[in-house]
Design a protein around this ligand. Structure first.
Ligand code: UDP
Length: 239
């Protein structure tokens, strides 16, 4: 049973359990997809029904950050731990490398996915990079077909939310991949274009603050965090 946080149902898994499930899905028949919502995405889902459906229909819904963990605890239904998409992706790639599985990188500005591919191939010997494509394309069907022809087992879909969730739901099966993972700005981090918050900040639940200092233009988006907490308090009173 999933744990509901303002209309989004989260799987209650540790990181190790989430990674094991991701690797299992990558090797299974059919097409599954994973989403990693943060408070901002939960707020988007409250206003956008299509996004909410795409998120809730995912095969794995993982809490990306401390905000969701706090929200679930405030509602009296705690989740085991945060499972940030980028760390989940690292665990899945390690498992894929052992099994010799192939990965397609979709998203980010032109050139970034190629750079990420080079770095990931070096970091995970055995991991096969099936192909890359930037995230600023017009013909969805052509991109899905390119992925299908690449024979990729897994696709990292990094188009930002809710675009990536809607894309995975609609075009996932056409890619022929077994698993698609919606991972936001992860390709920028893997490529080394954007730096992730040092461990101290994420250990103290302050990754969002670090990001805000680095990219002050995110302030508008980050205002969704206090809004999320206000909505959680409202929900708690109702309960
Ligand atoms: N992006 C994309 N296509 C688009 C819009 C965005 O490929 O049409 C990429 C963008 O270049 C960035 C990622 O999607 O690499 C979204 O990053 P953001 O920092 O917004 O994601 P977060 O990690 O905060 O979810």
């Amino acid at each position: 049973m999933r744990i509901d946080v303002l209309g989004v149902g989260f799987d209650n898994l540790t990181m190790a359990e989430a990674v094991a499930e991701g690797i299992r899905l990558a090797g299974s028949e059919g097409t599954s997809y994973v989403v990693t919502p943060n408070p901002e995405i939960v707020e988007v889902c409250r206003e956008n029904l299509a996004a909410k459906i795409a998120v809730n229909e995912a095969d794995l819904v993982l809490p990306d950050g401390i905000g969701i963990i706090k929200g679930a605890a405030m509602l009296g239904t705690p989740l085991k731990e945060k499972t940030p998409g980028i760390e989940f992706a690292a665990g899945v790639m390690a498992g894929m490398a052992k099994a010799g599985m192939s990965l397609y990188l979709l998203g980010a500005k032109p050139g970034v996915a190629e750079m990420a591919a080079q770095k990931l191939a070096a970091r995970y010997p055995g991991l096969v990079i099936a192909g890359t494509h930037d995230g600023y394309f017009k013909e969805d069907g052509i991109v899905a077909e390119e992925i299908r022809c690449s024979g990729a087992d897994v696709v990292f879909v990094c188009l930002g939310a809710p675009k990536q969730e809607l894309w995975m739901k609609k075009f996932g099966p056409a890619t022929g991949a077994h698993l698609l993972c919606g991972l936001g700005g992860s390709l920028d981090v893997f490529a080394g274009v954007v730096e992730r918050a040092p461990k101290f900040w994420s250990d103290h639940g302050l990754e969002w603050f670090y990001r805000l200092c680095k990219e002050p233009r995110r302030i508008g988006r980050m205002m969704k965090l206090p809004l999320f907490l206000a909505h959680v308090k409202q929900e708690k009173r109702k309960k």
